[in-house]
Every structure is written in C-alpha cells, then in structure tokens.
Write a protein that binds this ligand. Sequence first.
Ligand code: R7I
Ligand code: MG
Length: 380
Amino acid sequence: MAMTAVRAAAAAGVPASLSRFRGALVAAVLGDCIGGEFEGAEEVPMESVMQHLNGLDDETKGNGILEYSDDTAMTRCVVQSLLSRAGFDEHDLAHRFAKEYSASPGRGYGSGVVQVLKKLSSPQINDVYQPARDQFNGRGSFGNGGAMRAAPFALAFPDLAHVKKVARLGAMLTHSCSLGYNGAVLQALAVHLSLQGALALPHQFISRLITEMEEVESEEAALRDARILKEAEKPFCERLHRIRDLMDRSKVSIEEVISELGNGIAALHSVPTAIFCVLHCLQPQESFPESYSGLERTIAYSLALGGDTDTIACMAGAIAGAHYGIEAIPQSWIRCCEGADDADVNAKWLHVLYHKSPQGGRSETEDKSENGTEKKTRAE
Ligand code: R7I
Ligand code: MG
C-alpha cells in the first residue's frame, strides 16, 4: 500500500472510529451535492471536474450553495428513523420517506419511485412493501435509489448479517426487484467493511464482497430476476469479478470503466462502479493534484465518469469516507454543501448507536417480541 494510503488510514484511526462514521456520512452528502453539476452528462472532461472543484474554494460563494438531491433527502430519513427507533422500523421509515417527499418533491426523485412515495403517504396503507412490488408491471424497480441511501444501515449495526438484512428491507420499501435491493446490500457491505479498515487490503476487500454476494445472489428470487432480465446468473458477483480484473491492470481508461461497469441509474450499473472508483483512487493518480487526499480523488474521479454522477459520487463518497475519515475532507467542500453539517452531527449519533450493544440497536420486531412495548431512545 502506498504511503499516502497508510497515512490516511492512520488519520481515520482504529476500526469503527468516530472519524470514519463522520467521513462516511459527510462524504456521501458531498458526493451528492458536488456531483449534481454533471448529472446526466455523457462526457465530462477532467478540466471541467477540476474547475468545478477549484470553485468550491471560492470564499465569496455562499454556505450550502450546492443543494442536495433525493440521495441525501432519503439518507436523512434512514438516519432519523434508525436513531429515533433505535433500530430498523419499516413503518416509521416508510412514513418518513413519504413525508419528506411531500414536503420537498423537487429533489430530483426517480420518475418511478414518486408513485411509490405517493402511495406510502396514504393513511390506509397496511403493507408498506406493496407499492414497491407494484412497480414496473409487478417486477419492481432495479434503480439505484435503494443503494444510494444504504450507508446508514452499515453505520448503525456492528453485526454484518444484520446490516445485510436491514439494508435489503430498507431498500425493498421502494425497490422490490432483487437487482435493486441487492445493490443496496452490496453498497452497505462495502461501507461496513471499509469502516472496519478492510480497504487497507484492497484485493481481500473485493474477495470478501464476492464471497458475501455469492450467498446473497444464490437466493431463488435473485436467480429468477437475473434470468428474466437476461443478466449473468449472479449479476453483482460478475461485476465484482470485472472490478478485480480492472484492478490488476496497470492502466484503465474512463471509457473502459464505463463500458465494463456502467455509469447509469440502475443499481447494477452504478454500485460496482462506485466501488471501483474508491479502489482505483487508493493510489495517487496523475490527473489529480498531489495535495489531494484519497477521498478528494475518489469524488473527482466519480464525476469524470459522467452519467449518474451525483449518485455514484454519493455512494463512492460513503465508502471512501469510512476509510479515510473526516480529516480527509476539505472544509471548503463541507461549507459549500447543504446538509453536510447535519450529516456530521448525525454521524456522531450513529456512532453511539453502533457501539451501544452487540447488535448496535434492535429492530422493532425484536423489541416487541421481547417486552411487547415500543422502545424510543432518542426523540427528535
Ligand atoms: O431508483 P430510483 O429511486 O432513482 C434513483 C436515481 C438516482 O440517480 C437519483 O439521484 C435520481 O436521479 O434517480 O427511482 P426509480 O424510478 O425506481 O428508478 C429509476 C429509473 O430506473 C426509472 O425511472 C426507470 O427509468 C428505470 N427503471 C426501470 N426501467 C424499466 N424497468 C428501474 N426499474 C426499471 C424496470 O424494471
Ligand atoms: Mg442520481
């Protein structure tokens, strides 16, 4: 590992240090806000990326000038729900998604998910998973909307199996196709392993993700969806293998990354891409200033891929932030982004929740089955 990576890892401190929690949640917001500039662009010259990033140092620009989109709006709902319920509660989370959407519908939500959010706002709703199941002729969405908001699940619980479970359930409120919710599981796994310091050994990191996703994608529903959508038998595993091949190459062009991994709105075409951005930028790159931290490189590189830049940078930011910690993030970037300060405060609460018990919080079902009453640890 290069010295810069060693230094950054040291700054982030021991596994699951507070710095890593703050880095993950804040860098996710930054990726969303900063990446919004190039969303949908087919080609993004590196000069345009650098111009945009250099502009963030301009002190005359107002605080929070870059607004967050649905990525952060929904991530905030996940954080607030986990904190107020001290664990996963699907009804509370569904209610928050619906309320947030009706309070601020102009955040750039995916066109399909809007129908789900409207149905979830109905007081008559019993099964909060049904509206998502109705999407796309009953097959459910494979968009990246579940994955873009998955980071808080990885930061709330120390137990990996529990993280996988709640990341999946949290995504299924809007994305019932396995290619949607398994993208969320993969993103949560990547953030969780990064939080433990696993990116210090990049090849082992990717091998571990493959092992975990092999199991996840062996489920009948996943195999069936992959068949229907004419994807590889285990689509996320196949992409992770492609990442491993790309890592072993001495030079990889932006065009090759896009053609191998994608840069689109589907979870399959964006979650593996975000993971690759982080791995690729562990080492210094010629295209970026030497002064750049690995986290700055990761965000810059994500933008240069074009396509769904805000969401790819948001997901890459969460994984990279959990590795490098808050110290790797420039203050000027934080100042420019709406919601970054809130994310920093929330990260401290998630750190408390994570370290509170072996489970790091409990689900509503678990709470009710034990004492029959609902628990509330932190009122808003
Ligand atoms: O996944 P989702 O929440 O969108 C997230 C993205 C992020 O980039 C955000 O920043 C925002 O810009 O949008 O929203 P969905 O509407 O569930 O899915 C996004 C899009 O993926 C849909 O509008 C469709 O174009 C496409 N899509 C599908 N198309 C055909 N068949 C998702 N699932 C399907 C499908 O099954
Ligand atoms: Mg997006």
